[in-house]
Design a protein around this ligand. Structure first.
Ligand SMILES: Cc1cc2nc3c(=O)[nH]c(=O)nc-3n(C[C@H](O)[C@H](O)[C@H](O)COP(=O)(O)OP(=O)(O)OC[C@H]3O[C@@H](n4cnc5c(N)ncnc54)[C@H](O)[C@@H]3O)c2cc1C
Ligand code: HEM
Length: 409
């Protein structure tokens, strides 16, 4: 791969102008999305409108292009990051023909923001560099689409599924069981993976895509997702898709979903103690891991730590307790920070998951850790595990937003 045929002059121009683009990063990104989404409005069906308003994803895309450009003569360095992003792209059915559109508006935005400083020579060099970077993504994604199409029960793009069961799990979380309308087999997901739901909501101008982790063990003839109703925050209205799922979607309804994607996957070849830590609806991927590992590795020690406010906000509590009762090597800990009076005796710790608690619960730091929850929770867990000496390669996490928009050490 190396520099994929770029000449030395182009490489030099691109590398020397990366800092300038980074410096104007926000302005370029803003201009890029403004122009692209108004001139190619159908892309509003793909990009998450809420993330656009909040700014996480937009920064992630442009920052990755700059990081890739800084490595333009050693593109193999960025392959692990590309693979992670490409999982998200695949779940959204991003296609090769989308790349030139993004490239066109990125260059237009660079030109717009930098003005005369963006000479023809600089723009040409960036056009070539973007083409090379895009080709890396396109080829990684091509491989992923081919693999899905060739898998037993696999598919590309979106496939219609019927809601066969809708079950309330807590005051705010509801599960949906999805079976394929065509009645054929479905791809076995890897525990921790997610699917994308394509929601066509009456009254909404565009369709909305959202990811939901598969919350059950793999291998069944249907998938289960568990969705938290996102309430209005401050001046902002209720979550678009989660409210629609809770209030409108009923058993018998059809939802198009993409094939399981994502690299937050539990390694069942590792025999070391497994630590699964989650808060709130972040339990979904780790529940799937818990189900799978207790079946596949019945001897493995598992430390399952679940944090929430109180019992009424605790989804799948009975199932967790059942697993702990049936598997003596599963060490289950419930942490409530606002327990109800009637919760007395039904949880293990009052407060939050922090370093002191993890130190008390984990017998060793040579463990494989997987954690999921909101951003501050994950930062605390990650920092605590790091301070305790858990190696970086053993600290795996999933963030329910633009992954690279958040910074976790
Ligand atoms: C890999 C992955 C896996 C996921 N798995 C799950 C899962 O298993 N279960 C689950 O419930 N969710 C999961 N999510 C999150 C899910 O994809 C959605 O983000 C979530 O359901 C909210 O979508 P929504 O359309 O309901 O809310 P949105 O409309 O996206 O709004 C989200 C929140 O932002 C607020 N908001 C709106 N506009 C603004 C603004 N301008 N500034 C600030 N705040 C604003 C809203 O009030 C709302 O509270 C996952 C996400 C990812 C990326
Ligand atoms: C080289 C070009 C590209 C780069 C470097 C890039 C980078 C990224 C990054 C870093 C993310 C966040 C990943 C995450 O959520 O974990 C992302 C998500 C996403 N990308 Fe790309 N991307 C590129 C091209 C494209 C193209 C061509 C499209 C389609 C037109 C696209 C559509 C999306 C969408 C829809 C998301 C999901 C997040 C959201 O909607 O908020 N990307 N991309």
């Amino acid at each position: 791969m190396a520099n994929a045929g770029l000449d030395a002059k182009t490489i030099e121009i691109v590398k020397s102008t990366v800092p300038v683009l980074e410096q104007h990063g926000n302005a370029i990104t803003k201009r890029f999305y403004e122009m692209m989404l108004s001139e190619v409005p159908e892309l509003n069906n793909i990009f998450n409108q809420t993330n656009q308003k909040r700014g996480g994803q937009p920064k992630a895309l442009a920052a990755t292009v700059y990081a890739a450009a800084a490595n333009i003569d050693q593109l193999e360095n960025i392959l692990p990051v590309v693979k992670q992003i490409s999982e998200k792209h695949k779940s959204l059915d991003i296609k090769a023909e989308h790349y030139p559109i993004v490239g066109k508006y990125l260059l237009k935005a660079i030109k717009d923001v930098l003005g005369d400083a963006a000479t023809d020579e600089i723009i040409d060099a960036w056009a070539k560099a973007y083409g090379v970077i895009a080709d890396v993504f396109i080829s990684v994604e091509k491989g992923m689409y081919e693999e899905d199409a060739a898998s037993e029960g696999g598919w590309n793009g979106f496939r219609d599924f019927k809601i066969v069961r809708k079950t309330k799990e807590s005051d705010v979380v509801t599960s949906f069981y999805l079976a394929p309308v065509d009645g054929k087999s479905i791809m076995k997901h890897k525990p921790g993976q997610y699917i994308t739901v394509k929601a066509t909501i009456p009254g909404q101008k565009y369709v909305h895509m959202r990811q939901y982790s598969l919350s059950d063990a793999p291998g069944s003839d249907m998938y289960r997702i568990s969705v938290k109703r996102e309430d209005a925050k401050g001046d902002y209205s209720d979550g678009i898709v989660s409210t629609y799922m809770h209030e409108t979607v009923q058993e018998g309804d059809i939802l198009p979903i993409s094939a399981p994607s994502g690299d937050f996957i539990v390694d069942t070849k590792d025999a070391r103690p497994l630590v699964l830590i989650s808060r709130g609806v972040g339990l979904t991927p780790v529940m799937s891991m818990l189900e799978e590992v207790t079946r596949k590795q019945p001897e493995r020690e598992i430390y399952f730590i679940y944090a929430t406010y109180s019992s009424n906000m605790h989804p799948m509590k009975e199932r967790m307790e059942q697993i702990a009762t049936e598997n003596k090597n599963v060490h289950m800990t419930f942490v409530y920070n606002k327990p109800l009076v009637e919760d007395e005796g039904k949880y293990d710790y009052k407060g939050y998951v922090d370093e002191a608690l993890l130190n008390k619960l984990l017998p060793t730091t040579d463990v494989a850790c997987y954690f999921c929850g909101f951003e501050d929770f994950m930062r605390t867990v990650s920092d605590s595990l790091k301070a305790m000496g858990v190696k970086e390669e053993d600290r795996h996490f999933e963030y329910f937003g633009p992954q690279l928009g958040m910074s976790i050490a």
